[in-house]
Design a protein around this ligand. Structure first.
Ligand code: XMP
Length: 523
């Protein structure tokens, strides 16, 4: 498996983000895109080389889990500091900056985690317009205890005297907190100050430029004759990838829709209608439901289920790929949140929460090269792209559906009758939420089959049947999510209809867990 990184195009102004393995490195990139500035993220070992090519207007050093003194501390070529452009070190990034310039970093007495109040110490372009005190968000074990020469403190908190610092003469900055997360209330302003006023970026980059850039990158990666197989699920992500690829290489794109037996009601039909009918793309529908369901029979471990589904997907693609002589590429609608929770996007150390089928489950010997144009984007950015690409509104606004499909919504071993019940219940949830116009408040709304039985009474008889959980969540990017509560009549209709219309279900419960600590899907 490989992902060719086609050379980026020339950019008048850009920011280089050095990823020290931060959970939220892509949030920095996202904030920069919101400020209409092009950025590239590179791991420390490739950052210096990238900087020489990119000639950025500024560099942001991300946070990271290591300690600057640890043996496994990521190595960044110190010559990067000679670029002569402004730097903003965030958390670990600040510590690296200070340590590299002769300051001192030590473990903090207490690991600081959560909100804090920062008082500004002096005026500076970086903190212009910020309130004092201002709420910031901290998450660190080490901290800077002695500043390098020429550095001055910019902000302090009760437990962290050097919460922000500057070396004004060299336009080098460090903040111990995380301006990229929304808990740092004025974090966006601080980043805007850095990018616009310190680095002097005008902010001319737009999502439309992403389309042009990506199409050009795709053409370079795929070549003049290369053909791409794309696993099309009908979701926003793979659909946007399909549209991008279709624009880039036309009929050399071959979309494959796999009916894995884990789809929602009506899904296969609508995909055929939209892509074959409306977009006139080359679409093959493979009915592999028997194959998937028999492989999953009796498997109750969530990770094993995900791995099996991922593996079977790849096998199906591989078999299909043989029909296209030049198909050396596999297109995928992988997004950044999928990546960050499976493996770190640039190879850094990030804990595995779930093996997403489209990221973690691919065998090493896959002979197809990956094409993943959305790998660094968040969902709302992909939707914006979809609109730019002329996709129909209902498609762009569609709720996300996980690659492993209904398998992650039937906890434990999957029984076909349970899948049937879930499909029927899920259709009702979708119908009622949409009839009430509530989908616009929600990131996802679906049913989960609960393999527990409870006693009920229907007519004059006792029932002993399964339950369904209704999962309704609000979210901006799936990294975090809140459970939602539509008006009681909407929930009433969902509950009544499921219990009356779906065989084998006599109880409906509402999932009131947020992410974290729960996840959106049940497995
Ligand atoms: P969790 O359950 O991890 O889900 O909070 C976050 C978002 O990702 C979707 N999801 C997946 N998407 N492949 C995907 O493409 C997967 O394997 C997968 N698993 C979860 C989930 O629906 C939610 O939007």
């Amino acid at each position: 498996m490989s992902r060719a990184s086609a050379p980026a195009l020339e950019h008048e102004e850009s920011i280089l983000v050095v990823d020290f393995g931060a959970q939220y490195a892509q949030l920095i990139a996202r904030r920069l895109r919101e400020l209409h500035v092009y950025c590239e993220i590179h791991p420390p070992q490739r950052a210096y080389e990238a900087a020489q090519r990119l000639r950025p207007r500024g560099v942001i050093l991300s946070g990271g889990p290591a300690s600057v003194y640890a043996a496994n501390a990521p190595v960044l070529d110190r010559r990067i500091l000679e670029l002569g452009v402004p730097f903003l070190g965030i958390c670990y990034g600040m510590q690296w900056l200070c340590e590299s310039l002769g300051g001192k970093v030590e473990p903090a007495d207490v690991h600081e985690y959560g909100r804090a109040s920062m008082t500004l110490e002096r005026e500076d372009a970086l903190v212009a317009g910020l309130s004092s005190p201002t709420q910031i968000w901290m998450s660190h074990g080490d901290r800077v205890v002695r500043l390098p020469e020429g550095a001055v403190p910019l902000g302090t908190t009760e437990s962290c005297p050097l919460a922000a610092m500057a070396i004004p003469a060299r336009k080098l900055y460090g903040v111990q907190f995380h301006p990229e997360v929304t808990h740092t209330v004025e974090g966006k302003l601080l980043l805007a100050n850095f990018v616009r006023h310190v680095c002097g970026c005008a902010g001319n980059w737009r999502m439309g430029s992403f389309v042009d850039l990506e199409i050009e990158r795709l053409r370079k990666q795929i070549g003049e004759t290369g053909e791409v197989i794309l696993g099309l699920s009908g979701g926003v992500d793979s659909s946007v990838v399909a549209c991008l690829l279709h624009r880039a290489i036309g009929e050399r794109l071959h979309c494959i829709f796999v009916d894995n037996g884990l789809l929602r009601a009506g899904e296969r039909e609508s995909v055929e209608e939209v892509f074959r009918g409306h977009f006139q793309m080359d679409l093959t529908v493979v009915d592999a439901s028997e194959r998937f369901l028999s492989k999953l029979a009796g498997v109750d471990d969530p990770e094993k289920k995900r791995k099996i589904i991922g593996y079977e997907f790849v096998e199906v693609f591989r078999a299909e790929a043989k029909r296209f002589r030049n198909a050396r590429f596999l297109g995928q609608g992988t997004l950044y949140p999928d990546v960050i929770e499976s493996v770190a996007v640039h190879g850094g150390p990030t804990a595995t929460i779930k093996s997403h089928h489209n990221v973690g489950g691919l065998p090493k010997d896959l002979e197809l090269e990956l094409v993943e144009p959305l790998r660094e984007l968040f969902k709302d950015e992909v939707r914006e792209l979809g609109v730019i690409l002329g996709m129909p509104e209902e498609m762009v606004r569609r709720q996300p559906f996980p690659g492993p499909g209904l398998a992650v919504r039937v906890p434990g071993a999957i029984q076909r009758s349970h899948l049937e019940a879930l499909r029927a219940a899920d259709k009702i949830v979708r119908q009622e939420i949409e009839a009430a116009g509530w989908q616009k408040h929600l990131w996802q709304y679906f049913a989960v089959f609960l393999p527990v039985r409870s006693v009920g009474v229907m007519g004059d008889g006792r029932t002993y049947e399964h339950a369904v959980a209704v999962r309704l969540v609000e979210s901006e990017d799936a990294m975090t999510a809140d459970w939602a509560l539509p008006p009681k009549p909407v929930l009433d209709r969902i509950s009544n209809r499921i219990i009356n219309e779906v065989d084998g279900i006599n109880r409906v419960v509402l999932d009131i867990s947020s992410k974290p600590p729960a996840t959106i899907e049940w497995e």
